[in-house]
Design a binder for this molecule. Structure first.
Ligand code: SAM
Length: 208
């Protein structure tokens, strides 16, 4: 996966490549899907949701520019795989998932594998995690119509926020950097994520 998908597409951060080599991605998908776990694609994790394509996890992680000391907020725990990669590269990871069975499964797996620095909460992540703010890094792993205001407010000074922003079917990765209270934006790759549903996201999902 690292040799055939990530390095040829330009992932260069050795710490990110090492984390992608180390974290057992197959443990974050259903047993029946494990033979596809390292393929170049997103996979179903149930509840209509997905574990993101390895390249997308790698590029998002690289864009966060992690040094090892950061407190990170992730919105969209899903399988827990991205949280595990972040846990390898930063100090603490706070991850919010709105679908309870996914959150519980991910938390169980992360703890069983040995990640003590990941904290999972069931909630609408568009509200952030007020009690733990501010965060040095914030990563949204679902497609948003716009970056939720509570999240930019909970971003620390010199912090980086990364989000796929667009319509329900396609988005572009937006990287925001907060300096002296001002936000600047960079635009990166096009992408396709399941929708971010919540008060400051898309409407819907009353079934959960
Ligand atoms: N990061 C995940 C992983 O490594 O498996 C993949 C995330 S999946 C593409 C998007 C996730 O965002 C889904 O599990 C979905 O339920 C969740 N989600 C959508 N809206 C949310 C919200 N407002 N708050 C928290 N989670 C949300």
């Amino acid at each position: 996966m690292v040799r055939t998908q990530l390095i040829p597409r330009g992932i260069r951060d050795e710490r990110v490549l090492d984390a992608m080599r180390k974290v057992p991605r197959h443990l974050f998908v259903d047993e029946s899907m494990q033979y596809r776990a390292y393929d170049d694609m997103a996979l179903s994790i149930g509840e209509g949701q997905t574990i993101s394509q390895p390249y997308m996890v790698a590029i998002m992680t690289e864009l966060l520019e992690l040094k090892g000391n950061e407190k990170i907020l992730e919105i969209g725990t899903g399988s827990g795989y991205q949280a595990a990669i972040l846990a390898e590269l930063a100090k603490e990871v706070y991850s919010v998932e709105r679908i309870a069975p996914l959150a519980s499964r991910a938390e169980e797996k992360l703890h069983a594998i040995g990640y003590q620095n990941v904290h999972v909460k069931i909630d609408d992540g568009t509200l952030g995690w007020v009690e733990e703010a501010p965060f040095d890094r914030i990563i949204i792993t679902a497609g948003a119509p716009k970056v939720p205001d509570p999240l930019t407010e909970q971003l620390a000074e010199d912090g980086i926020l990364l989000a796929p922003v667009g319509d329900r079917f396609s988005q572009q990765l937006v990287k925001m950097i907060k300096r002296e209270g001002m936000i600047s934006e960079e635009f990166h790759t096009l992408c396709v994520f399941v929708p971010l549903i919540g008060k400051h996201g898309w409407e819907g999902g009353e079934e959960h």
